[in-house]
Design a protein around this ligand. Structure first.
Ligand SMILES: NC(=O)c1ccc[n+]([C@@H]2O[C@H](COP(=O)([O-])OP(=O)(O)OC[C@H]3O[C@@H](n4cnc5c(N)ncnc54)[C@H](O)[C@@H]3O)[C@@H](O)[C@H]2O)c1
Length: 401
């Protein structure tokens, strides 16, 4: 079988993550002929580090090339839907980072849309973006892979096996992604990020919960359990006056019109519920956790931190440049030193599944339905937070991803 030829789009944080995790597949299942990024210097840096032969400064150059089968979108969220549509029109398969899309208010470039645009409009337009993506993909022969690594994380895979053998009912899930704040410039403003902590971080646990309730429903009845309504609150904790006066800031505080904290309750049609927490104000390294209360079992999933390796040092300098964990403020004291953080978070498994799907024509475990339902759930949560009341979701066909 000929290798799959992947063009990388974007050249910073997540592009490096993907390149690291394609390593095991390169040279036999995949080839990476080119990278395109808006910032030429970053693209040159990525190309040099990972031996990518060609660099372009415009995404469309990849679409013109006959030696590229798939584009891997590692660009800010506001670009996702338009790039997917253009790729589909050019006959290129798509791998796209989370979240799929949102509301970006393109017609109001100067406005702080997070403060000014009502959430009803946002929900409608975010769904319109999902529909435009779905329509473009439907009319083409290209496949779509949604890069939601939680679906592939080994702790979540083990959880699914335990759910299957227990035959219990998932009654209650408490899931969280939090850390001390993104360093990506696009994340500060709604017009490029499409939302704050809930969309950027919460997309992971929300997708995982949707995926698990779908999985449970398929086991029990052959149909996924659907999300029926959501309730949410959002906050800007870094705007608290006493915090603003503190001289030393340990958490990122330069948020503009986006929330830095959110909690959301997902109410499923079968009466079960999930509580999601997403925060950019949590010290101590990234938290990716999930507790699943079944009717006959409890499973605690610790993607990060996990205690596979615990390391102590009396001074932060003792471990030098050795990586300990994402977003850790200090290497002093006891720390959780994940031996392979990418593996435990599901990145290599995710990319291997996508490559396998695109080579064989199979649907990925994380695809368009999951991507769209995550956008809908989160934008309904924004509406709930604005109105101070529960928001019902429209009836849609069950997840197929
Ligand atoms: N799965 C995960 O765990 C994870 C982690 C971080 C980010 N992400 C997602 O990845 C996406 C990118 O995030 P990031 O942290 O890498 O952002 P980043 O700011 O670090 O990198 C974005 C890259 O896109 C490039 N870019 C911007 N506009 C472009 C254009 N018009 N054409 C081509 N390139 C362009 C930039 O030059 C930059 O190289 C976001 O959607 C984010 O939600 C996912």
């Amino acid at each position: 079988m000929d290798p799959l030829r992947i063009g990388i789009v974007g050249a910073q944080f997540v592009a490096h993550l993907h390149m690291q995790n394609y390593a095991r597949l390169r040279g036999w299942k995949i080839a990476i002929p080119a990278v395109a990024s808006r910032t030429r210097a970053r693209a040159d840096e990525l190309a040099k580090k990972y031996r990518i032969p060609e660099v372009a400064d415009d995404f469309r150059r990849l679409l013109d090339r006959k030696d590229i089968d798939v584009v891997d979108l590692c660009v800010p969220t506001d670009l996702h839907h338009e790039f997917i549509i253009q790729a589909a029109q050019a006959g290129k398969h798509v791998i796209c980072e989370k979240p799929l899309t949102g509301y970006f208010g393109q017609d109001r470039p100067e406005e702080r849309i997070g403060f000014s645009v009502d959430r009803t409009t946002m929900l409608q337009e975010a769904l319109a973006n999902c529909e435009a993506v779905a329509a473009a993909l439907k009319g083409s022969k290209v496949r779509f892979c949604y890069a939601e690594n939680w679906v592939y994380a080994p702790p979540v895979a083990k959880l699914k096996k335990l759910i299957q053998v227990s035959q219990g009912t998932i009654l209650d899930i408490r899931a969280e992604e939090s850390h001390s704040g993104s360093h990506a410039a696009y994340s500060r403003q709604w017009k490029t990020s499409g939302g704050g902590a809930l969309l950027r971080l919460g997309a992971h646990p929300v997708s995982a919960v949707l995926h698990l309730k779908h999985f449970e429903g398929m086991l029990k009845t052959g149909r996924g359990v659907q999300l029926q309504s959501v309730t949410a609150e959002v906050g800007q904790h870094t705007k608290v006056e006493s915090f603003k006066k503190e001289r030393q800031k340990w958490i990122v505080s330069s948020w503009d019109d986006v929330e830095d904290w959110a909690t959301m309750i997902m109410n499923f049609k079968d009466g079960s519920q999930a509580v999601i927490t997403a925060s950019d104000g949590v010290l101590g390294g990234v938290r990716n956790t999930m507790t699943v209360y079944l009717s006959n079992a409890v499973v605690q999933v610790n993607i990060n931190p996990n205690d596979t390796v615990m390391a102590y040092a009396p001074s932060p300098h003792i471990f030098g440049e050795e990586y300990i964990a994402e977003k850790l403020e200090t290497k002093a004291g006891w720390n959780f030193a994940s031996p392979d953080e990418d593996w435990v978070r599901g990145y290599p498994q995710e990319l291997e599944d996508f490559v396998e799907c695109l080579l064989t024509g199979r649907e990925p475990d994380s695809g368009l339905d999951l991507a769209c339902q995550t956008v809908e759930a989160i934008y309904a949560a924004y509406l709930s937070a604005e109105k101070g009341k529960r928001v019902m979701l429209e009836k849609r066909p069950p997840l197929t991803a």
